[in-house]
Design a protein around this ligand. Structure first.
Ligand code: PLP
Length: 436
């Protein structure tokens, strides 16, 4: 059966998967939500520890997308997407790191980006669409994951918007050196400016009349839903270790796509007791949990730059999921905030005590877990990127040189090619029309 997707603003019609993926954002500026969350049968959970990551993920994908995508295509999409594992590494007795950085660009966003690229290419081909243009705003890792996920995909051009001087040099070369169907747009402004520019582009009548535009930010259902796969994989690994009660999962959060995927996994029956949303100094969600007031504001720059978001786009999905029931949300999700000093201290301490090297985002997760894990609980934090992506920061903290993985070294050999614009929609529009 086909799945319908409604807009969180409920002012535009429901659509099917194809339109939700191609449009990205609903016409009323809402985010698309699947009309229901399929619950997987108990027999699946009983056997989950026998399944490979790909087998598990395929069952999850089938539950959402099975009615809309040919079965063999869906299977190859899942299997190609997950060309890497997400191992669970124990750090002491009750705390585990779920390493999500073994993909091509060494961050968890590879999962959603690779899945979306394949699904979009499928729809473009099936529908015989003219070229589709993917717009994506990045605070670092989205740009590299999306650009690499879509690199060389026929019929699709990608524009990566990023704030000039605010992403790490290694992150930058992962999406500015590719060429081909990837254009990097360097914006004189913040990540929030980039995100606002992308949103404006989707609402511009003239642009949309002249080019097919879609978003590959976590507002796109094809990007955020597949992120639920590795929550199941974490659970399967805990079951194999004989630990499956009172699981708490801590998610270093920016736009909250990752956490929302975890909430969906729980909605599908995954036995997670509760979640922790780890924030850096950009703490609007932490404040919301404390006060019930949601007050988006400008982002500030921190060491965990992929979490520097002042107006998290998936907040509306969380509100929609729990029907704006603040008490319910508060009982299910706890918040924590880690500032830059504490990030440094956490990276240094964890390395000294356990020999494990955190990245600045994982450090927020680890810090939150250490503070909020209760007796009898097992904590898993998502290690969202490889520490080498933040080489300068990490080397500065531990005082010795990092080994740079081969995959990253390859990116650093390329030549930077960007288009520079001010944080101004008219300027973006000119560039898009010129190249789209
Ligand atoms: C994007 C990103 C985050 C934040 O994820 P959201 O889904 O936006 O909340 C955290 N850590 C890293 C390394 C990231 O790239």
């Amino acid at each position: 059966m086909c799945m319908k997707y409604y807009s969180t603003n409920r002012k535009s019609p429901e659509v099917g998967l194809k339109d939700a993926v191609i449009k990205g954002l609903a016409p009323d500026r809402g985010l698309y939500m699947p009309e229901k969350i399929p619950v997987l049968p108990l027999s699946f959970y009983d056997k989950i520890s026998d399944f490979s990551f790909q087998e598990t993920a395929f069952r999850v994908a089938e539950a959402f997308f099975g009615g809309d995508v040919d079965n063999d295509i869906l299977k190859s999409t899942v299997y190609d997407t997950l060309c890497f594992d997400t191992p669970l590494v124990g750090l002491g007795e009750r705390i585990f790191s779920l390493e999500l950085f073994h993909g091509p660009t060494l961050a968890f966003k590879d999962v959603g980006a690779r899945f979306m690229a394949r699904l979009l290419a499928y729809f473009v081909k099936k529908e015989g669409l003219e070229r589709v243009n993917v717009l994506v705003a990045t605070s670092g890792d989205t740009g590299s994951a999306v650009a690499n996920g879509f690199l060389g995909v026929e019929g699709i051009h990608v524009f990566v918007l990023y704030p000039k001087g605010k992403v790490s040099p290694i992150q930058e070369c992962q999406f500015t050196t590719l060429g081909q169907n990837i254009t990097a747009v360097e914006v004189e402004g913040t990540f929030d400016d980039c995100q606002a520019l992308v949103k404006s582009a989707f609402l511009d009548g003239e642009l949309n009349a002249k080019m097919n535009l879609t978003s590959a930010n976590s507002i796109n259902v094809a990007r955020f839903l597949p992120q639920s796969f590795y929550y199941f994989n974490a659970y399967a690994q805990l079951v194999r270790q004989g630990i499956h009660d009172n699981i708490v999962i801590c998610v270093p959060s920016g736009n909250f796509g990752n956490l929302t995927a975890g909430l969906f996994a729980r909605g599908m029956g995954l036995p997670v007791k509760r979640f922790i949303a780890a924030n850096n100094r950009n703490d609007v969600f932490y404040e919301y949990l404390k006060t019930g007031q949601y007050r988006p504001r400008a982002s500030v720059q921190t060491l965990a730059n992929a979490m520097d978001v002042g107006a998290p786009s998936n907040f509306t999905r969380i509100i929609d999921l729990y029907k704006d029931d603040y008490e319910k949300i508060k009982s299910l999700i706890s918040g924590w905030r880690t500032d830059d000093d504490k990030i440094r201290q956490t990276v240094a301490e964890c390395f000294r005590k356990t020999g494990y090297l955190l990245d600045p985002h994982g450090a927020c997760g680890y810090d939150a877990l250490q503070n909020l894990l209760r007796d009898g609980e097992t904590g898993v934090f998502l290690e969202t990127a490889h520490p080498a992506k933040f080489r300068e920061t990490i080397e500065g903290i531990i005082g010795k040189p990092l080994e740079i993985p081969q995959k990253l070294q390859e990116f650093m050999k390329g030549r930077k090619q960007t288009v520079e614009i001010p944080a101004d929609f008219a300027a973006l529009k000119v560039e898009l029309l010129k190249r789209g």
